[in-house]
Design a protein around this ligand. Sequence first.
Ligand code: ZN
Length: 500
Amino acid sequence: MKYWQIVETHMKKLDALHHAQNKITYDLETIAPKKSFNQTALTLETLAGLYYEYLTDEHFLYALENTKAENLSTGQKQIVEEYLKEVNRIRKIPLAEYKLFAKLQTQGHSAWISARESNDFSLFAPVLEEIVSYLKRYATYQGYEANPYNALLDIYEPEMQMNDYDQFFGAIREKIVPLLARLKESKILQQTIHAKSLQGTFAKNDQEKLMHFIVNYVGFDFNYGQLGESAHPFSTSFHNEDIRITTRYDLQDVTSSIFSVLHEFGHGIYERNIAADFTQTPLGTGVSMGMHESQSRFYENMIGRTKSFWQPIYPVLQAMFPQPFQDVTLDAFILSINQVQPSLIRVEADELTYPLHIMLRYDLEKLLFSGDIQVRDLPQLWNEKMEEYLGLTPKTVSEGVLQDVHWSQGSFGYFPTYALGSAYAAQFYATMQKKVCVSRELEAGNLNSITSFLSEHIHQFGKSKTPKQIIKDVTGAEFSRSYYIKYLTKKYEQLFLWEQ
Ligand code: ZN
């Protein structure tokens, strides 16, 4: 086991570096002073360089390859395989390029913030061009078929390529657009939108208390995690005993933070429940972004927007915020948190129009990486697609092409996993309902059996199974978009179309 011991020692160093990088990034996004950004970026760049050096070290690679002759456990073999994959991916990128990207990510982020504040795309365009051009080179280093975009899609969801997404989004669009048109005619929906039942004034400290109550209620253990505040809600973990989730507070709408914390809780509980054997190894994280989003969107939507979930705790919300909820019945509240209305901002979109926001981004990313369009074309095309898919035109670039943080950090190929994750979640949910009486458990205020189901079938495995394997093992079938389409159709017909 001589070589395994070398691998293990190296693994501890790599994990420690990762831990440091993640903690600094978390700090930057939450409590670090605004002006600390540029100096701290230098630290992150150095750490990225160190990570590259450790990972591509010849002795490490030699040890990894020579463990084959040793009698390793299945878990150890999987760790070696995962490292070999990662080493081979990273080695293809020259060190100078790897560090350049780390720098572009921080520069991009701060340029994006200024551009958004001053509503001026031209402040962001030059660095975005550099990011796109780096990513095209990245795709060449890795190799790809048809479109460089395929190499990027692979980072976030292995085994999912443009062909798969084209079919997926084509089918979603075909079903959702007519359903949206039918919903427009719904009197119940019009009344719900008109009632504005969720509007009020919600003091921040009261909201904080409520969010603590909610995440605790759904099963977040504050002995192993924290709820912080950031401009954009997110979650991260340093190992399975330190989970951080964040939210933001909208003083006019408390539900914004409620659904953010439920979403981030879904990410957090996934990382928390990863088996102890895998944590602090390359297998100790969620297997893909699609799988991660399946967990977050499950708690946010399939649990968090149901009447069964709110039945035991709606009185708590009413007691905390008598204005406006004292005069809003539970049924009216449920209709309001599920109302469907085309909007400009993705993160505030309802569950039904949400995939259309994703399709727009997917279309533009594809065109950008095939070379059919340039960075400078993005604002105009964004608006045209928005009009085509949602019937709305943004008045400013801040509520249009500049609204999301992803591109500024070089995360192209990420967006499609949000929609895919929702579709995975619908398939898991269909299976879960055969084994757990979800609504009865929720009405009894018990989420244990729901979370245990996910933990047992998905969370514990971390990266030791592929997304396809997990879906097959949980549901007994291959991934199918039909569950998602059925789920959305049934849900919105029941809520807004049946009783007319
Ligand atoms: Zn998420």
